[in-house]
Design a binder for this molecule. Structure first.
Ligand code: AMP
Length: 396
């Protein structure tokens, strides 16, 4: 997969209408619809500002929530237009439809330096189905396409990939940052390259582990998925999370690591509980977990071992917590890992989703090189899969 893509800086946007795919999928109060964090809108500003300053007319678009082709008033992008306008300090013209009369008239009248926002793309079922007529209608309003919603580049939707069949396509600054940092880490990492993988399930990370075994020097495993590997090695795991149907795969991966000379580290001690609860009493266990207990976090020896393993790394990619970090009593392992990673001096990349929220919750967000903004997209990136929303952009 080629991550070296043309960016907005390579495009001549002056006087042009630019269709800009943003990620305005903001969290909302379920009752009032109020935006509870404007982080994603703030993150979109640099690309928008650049385009407007260059004299482009910007037609912004995004999805919000999962309306699945239905017109749901609670999921209107109108509040996003309002917040965006406050942040930009200029009017954001809001279209009451996506490719309908209102959008088309407003797009046709849009002047350089002006910005408009289309209504929620997913109100039309053709967005997620990548309908060619829908993609073409979107594209027809503009002369260039800029993709700046990294969280959806793993989807082949009309606004993420389909429109690129009709318009020259460039990456925005957010997507470019993801591609240049994560793409470089995977294609040409500063070594030693250490991957730290955790989270609930082996099955979710199979392709990631398999791909990283071909690139990394060390793989560190924590979280619920460690127990399937430990069981595969003949250890007792009590009533810890186990995916029986992945035991053979776990053995294969351990063997693949050995064959390739990749260090494959598994927990050597644990913090356990009798039940999965926030107020469960933590019980320390050595390598083998007694019956009746489940592993909830890596133990102190493991935390020290893992901290040592990331010391001196050139690149660290981290995806998935080391334990049930949502419960304070079992957040210690994830916290120790976050601390060790942030002190390593390496290029540190935190995959989206739970590891990103763990790093933020634990206060290490400003101490890592990059926190990816995509959950599913970052995982597929680490899997080495072709991302349709990236593949469709022009190569440099
Ligand atoms: P993922 O989305 O795959 O990264 O998984 C994140 C989830 O894994 C978090 O909600 C954690 O609470 C959970 N998790 C981590 N360690 C364990 C464990 N030992 N047992 C059960 N769940 C875990």
């Amino acid at each position: 997969m080629n991550y070296n893509k043309k960016t907005v800086y390579d495009a001549d946007v002056k006087g042009k209408k630019v269709l800009l795919r943003c990620d305005f999928n903001v969290p909302q109060n379920k009752e009032t619809g109020e935006i509870t964090s404007d982080k994603r809108i703030v993150a979109a500003i640099p690309t928008i500002r650049y385009l407007l300053d260059q004299g482009a007319a910007v037609i912004a678009c995004s999805h919000l929530g999962k309306p699945k082709g239905e017109w749901k008033t609670k999921l209107t992008l109108a509040p996003v237009a309002k917040r965006l306008s406050e942040l930009l300090g200029q009017e954001v013209i809001f279209a009451s439809d996506i490719i309908g009369e209102d959008a088309q008239a407003k797009a046709a009248a849009l002047q350089p330096g002006q910005i408009m926002l289309l209504e929620n793309l997913r109100f039309d079922i053709r967005e997620e189905k990548n309908g060619a007529d829908f993609a073409k209608a979107l594209a027809d309003m503009a002369e260039l396409f800029v993709s700046d919603a990294f969280g959806t580049v793993h989807r082949a939707h009309a606004s993420t990939a389909g429109v690129a069949a009709y318009l020259p396509a460039y990456s925005g600054l957010l997507v470019d940052k993801e591609l240049s940092i994560m793409g470089k880490a995977l294609a040409d990492p500063k070594r030693p390259f250490v991957a730290v993988l955790g989270g609930a399930k082996v099955s979710d990370k199979i392709a990631v582990i398999n791909n990283l075994l071909e690139k990394a020097d060390t793989i560190i495993i924590g979280g619920g998925m460690a127990y399937t590997f430990l069981k595969a090695q003949g250890k007792s795991i009590g009533k810890s999370l186990l995916e029986e149907d992945r035991l053979d795969y776990a053995r294969e991966m351990i063997q693949k690591a050995a064959d390739r000379g990749v260090k494959f580290l598994l927990p050597v001690d644990h913090l356990c509980a009798a039940e999965f609860a926030a107020d469960a009493q933590p019980v320390a266990a050595e390598e083998n977990i007694p019956d009746g207990l489940m592993g909830m976090d890596i133990g102190p020896k493991t935390a020290a071992l893992y901290a040592e393993a990331v010391k001196g790394a050139g690149t660290i990619v981290w995806n998935g917590p080391m334990g049930v970090f949502e419960f304070d009593a079992f957040a210690g392992g994830t916290k120790a890992m976050a601390k060790a990673i942030s002190e390593s001096g390496a290029i540190t990349i935190v995959g989206g989703g739970d590891s990103a929220s763990a790093v933020e919750k634990l206060g290490f967000a400003d101490k890592v090189t990059h926190i990816s903004t995509g959950g599913g997209a970052s995982l597929e990136f680490l899997e080495g899969k072709e991302l349709p929303g990236v593949a469709c952009l022009q190569d440099k």
